[in-house]
Structure formats: structure tokens, C-alpha cells
Design a protein around this ligand. Structure first.
Ligand SMILES: *[C@@H]1O[C@H](CO)[C@@H](O)[C@H](O)[C@H]1NC(C)=O
Ligand SMILES: *[C@@H]1O[C@H](CO)[C@@H](O)[C@H](O)[C@H]1NC(C)=O
Ligand SMILES: *[C@@H]1O[C@H](CO)[C@@H](O)[C@H](O)[C@H]1NC(C)=O
Ligand SMILES: CC(=O)N[C@H]1CO[C@H](CO)[C@@H](O)[C@@H]1O
Length: 351
């Protein structure tokens, strides 16, 4: 059989991409900013990622139902979802600038679907049980956890003890199964940022200061000036759930890209866009949630990321991926997770 040139390229892409599927777990505080929705879309539609689970570290019922609606929209309704408890019916209200809109309840209602449809937030997994189950079932040293919110669930995972899923402690499971923890939080080399102080600074300090193994941080400064989402809102399909979340939230104004950058590093590594800001040292989180890099030459397992390209290039790369992801969410258009294609080039491609 003779393949046409374009068929050969598609076949090569499929082979190259399938070989690189990375096991990813996302821990998100989806609620008060909208980059979490883009991050979930990128992970759910990436042919380089195998999304194992999503845990939520903000206790709103609408956060849980919104995650389910997003995963379901992009053809991944089977991905298990866990959420922190006790649950509340809290919704976001921007009493700071009065500029930003609430989106989790609206997308959860209008796009209801997946394992936690409208009204069923209590069906979500306990996050620690979900971590333990998924880690126990997955190949050793193969999991990347991308934390794009608070660290409460990860602290609780470290403190967990043997159960029906594994006789190992949480700490043992992490050292056996987790290849890399990617954390959006803090500022580098030092500062004070929301994800570290906004929920429980002492649990952040516990998770970060006692984590053993490789950790890569993406700080406030790396995502703050990368404004994305504009193209998705202008050019994306009218039926797209993340486009709609962005419009509810920002009303057509591009937004900073912290969580999407962390997920993209988690899936694709440094690529052409990132470099490490350090060769050695480690992050130290204080009791108030502020953090500072400790320049200890004997520690080399922790890194912080710097953008290697300017903010326009990074934003354009994210905008291409958001647009492509939104097109794959169109039902019946050969989209969804059934027809993955390589998107790495969209991200790495220089303008
Ligand atoms: C949230 O609201 C729903 C619908 O009114 C209600 O059934 C549910 O019990 C509430 N949940 C919580 C945690 O308050
Ligand atoms: C885990 O234990 C540490 C103390 O060893 C404590 O500081 C932290 O709050 C605990 N985490 C959770 C989620 O309870
Ligand atoms: C790049 O950063 C500058 C300075 O913060 C900002 O004004 C501009 O909107 C940013 N551009 C993009 C595409 O993010
Ligand atoms: C199951 C479990 O331990 N969940 C924990 C997740 O984190 C919150 C906040 O620290 C704890 O209260 C929960 O117990």
C-alpha cells in the first residue's frame, strides 16, 4: 500500500505522539480565576498527555461540577474527579474590582455532564483516596502531578497511611510513583503569592518543605504578563465551554496564563519556551505562605522556571493551543479525545 505524503505525516505524528503520552494528575483551585479552565482543556485535549485524575482544592460544589463539565466536553468524561470537603455552595463575586464575572456555576449548569453532573457534587471522590488509588495503579516513576492551586490535598496525601489501595504511606507512594511535581505557586527567587498563602499556609509549608523528589516551580512572575484567551474568545467555536468561561469571567479581555504554563511544562517539558532559573538550591515556604529560594549547592532536585521567549510569543503559543483544543471539543467533527493529533509543534513553533 502506498501512503500519500500527508497520510504519512499523520501516521508519523500519531506514532511520535503516542510514544510520548505522559501520565498527568492535576490539582486545581478552579473558582476565582479562569486560567484553570484553559489548563484543563489543554490537558484533556493533548495527545501527549494521559490525564489520570483531577483533584480540586477549593470546596465549592460548582467547582467540582464545572471540572466534570469541562472534561466531558472534551471527550474525557471517564477521568475521575476528587474534591476537598466539606462542600459549600459558594460562588465567586469580584468585590475587589467589580470587573470579573462568576463562571463555575454557569458552565456547570449549561454544559452539565460527565461523572458529576449538575446537582451531584457529592459524588466526587475524596481527593486523598483518589490520589492513593491512581498512584497505586500506575507504573512506578511515571506520574507528573501538576498543582495549580492550593496544596492542602497534597499535604493530606503525604500524611495518609495504608488503606485498601496500597499498604504504603502517602510519602512512600509519592516517592515510588511520582516522577515530578510541578507547582504553580510562589515567586522566584522570593515573594508571596496567592496559591501559597490563600488557603492554608501551614499546609503549603508542610507539602513543599517536606516533599521528597523532583519539584519544578512556576512563579507569579512567569505567568503574570502572558495574556492569553483573546483569540479563543474572538475566534473559538460559540459552543466551546472554556471560551464561554473566559467570556463570563473576563468579558473578552485576555488573562494571565499561570496555570496553563504550568500544565504545558508538565506535559512538554522545557521545549523552546522555558529554561530553569537555577542550577541548585531549594524552595522554602514560611509560616505566612511567603517563599524564598535557599541557594544550597548540595540540592539539585528543585528548579524554578523562567520564560525563554518574550510574553507575546508565549501568549501566541497558548492561544494557538486553546483554539486547537476548542475545535477538538466540537462533537461529531472528528474531534474529542478519539482523534488526538500532535500539538507539540503548535507550542514549540516559533513565530
Ligand atoms: C447546594 O444547593 C443545592 C440546591 O439548592 C442543595 O441541594 C445542596 O444541599 C446544597 N449543598 C450544600 C453543600 O450546601
Ligand atoms: C500533615 O501533617 C503535618 C504535621 O506533620 C501538618 O502540619 C499538616 O497540617 C497535615 N496536613 C493535613 C492536610 O492535615
Ligand atoms: C506583554 O507584557 C506587557 C507588559 O506587561 C503587556 O502590556 C502586554 O499586554 C503583554 N502582551 C501579551 C501578548 O501578553
Ligand atoms: C481525605 C483528606 O484527608 N482530605 C483532606 C484534604 O485537605 C483538607 C484541607 O487540609 C483536609 O481537611 C482534608 O481532610
Amino acid at each position: 500500500m502506498k501512503l500519500s505524503g500527508s497520510a504519512t505525516i499523520l501516521l508519523l505524528e500519531a506514532i511520535l505522539c503516542l510514544g510520548h503520552r505522559k501520565n498527568i494528575i492535576i490539582d486545581t483551585d478552579i473558582f476565582s480565576d479562569v486560567d484553570d479552565t484553559g489548563a484543563l482543556m489543554l490537558a484533556a485535549t493533548s495527545s501527549s498527555a494521559n490525564l489520570l485524575a483531577v483533584n480540586i482544592n477549593y470546596p465549592s460544589t460548582f467547582s467540582a461540577m464545572a471540572v466534570s463539565a469541562i472534561l466531558s466536553h472534551y471527550g474525557s468524561p471517564q477521568v475521575p474527579i476528587g474534591t476537598i470537603r466539606p462542600l459549600t455552595n459558594t460562588t465567586f463575586f469580584d468585590d475587589w474590582s467589580f470587573e470579573l464575572g462568576e463562571y463555575t456555576s454557569k458552565i456547570a449548569y449549561h454544559f452539565s455532564g460527565g461523572s458529576i453532573p449538575w446537582g451531584h457534587a457529592e459524588d466526587a471522590w475524596d481527593p486523598v483516596k483518589l490520589y492513593r488509588k491512581v498512584l497505586a495503579e500506575t507504573e512506578d516513576a511515571s506520574v507528573t502531578i501538576v498543582s495549580i492551586g492550593f496544596l492542602d490535598n497534597l499535604s493530606a496525601l503525604l500524611n495518609s497511611t495504608g488503606d485498601g489501595y496500597s499498604h504504603h504511606t502517602g510519602r512512600e507512594l509519592v516517592s515510588q510513583k511520582v516522577a515530578e511535581l510541578v507547582v504553580m505557586g510562589g515567586a522566584y527567587p522570593s515573594g508571596r503569592e496567592w496559591n501559597f498563602f490563600g488557603s492554608s499556609p501551614s499546609q503549603t509549608a508542610h507539602a513543599i518543605n517536606t516533599w521528597e523528589g523532583r519539584v519544578v516551580f512556576l512563579g507569579d512572575e512567569a505567568g503574570r504578563d502572558v495574556f492569553s484567551g483573546g483569540r479563543l474568545m474572538r475566534e473559538g467555536p460559540a459552543t466551546d465551554i472554556v471560551r464561554q468561561a473566559y467570556i463570563y469571567y473576563s468579558y473578552f479581555k485576555p488573562r494571565p496564563s499561570w496555570d496553563m504554563l504550568a500544565v504545558l511544562y508538565g506535559i512538554h517539558g522545557l521545549g523552546g519556551f522555558f529554561e530553569f532559573g537555577n542550577e541548585y538550591g531549594y524552595n522554602y515556604v514560611g509560616p505566612d505562605g511567603s517563599n524564598a529560594w535557599v541557594w544550597d549547592e548540595s540540592v539539585t532536585e528543585q528548579k524554578f522556571l523562567r520564560l525563554k521567549v518574550d510574553n507575546k510569543t508565549a501568549a501566541a503559543g497558548i492561544d494557538r493551543l486553546l483554539l486547537k483544543g476548542s475545535l477538538s471539543g466540537i462533537k461529531g467533527a472528528g474531534g474529542g479525545s478519539s482523534a488526538p493529533s500532535c500539538e507539540g509543534h503548535l507550542w514549540h513553533e516559533e513565530l
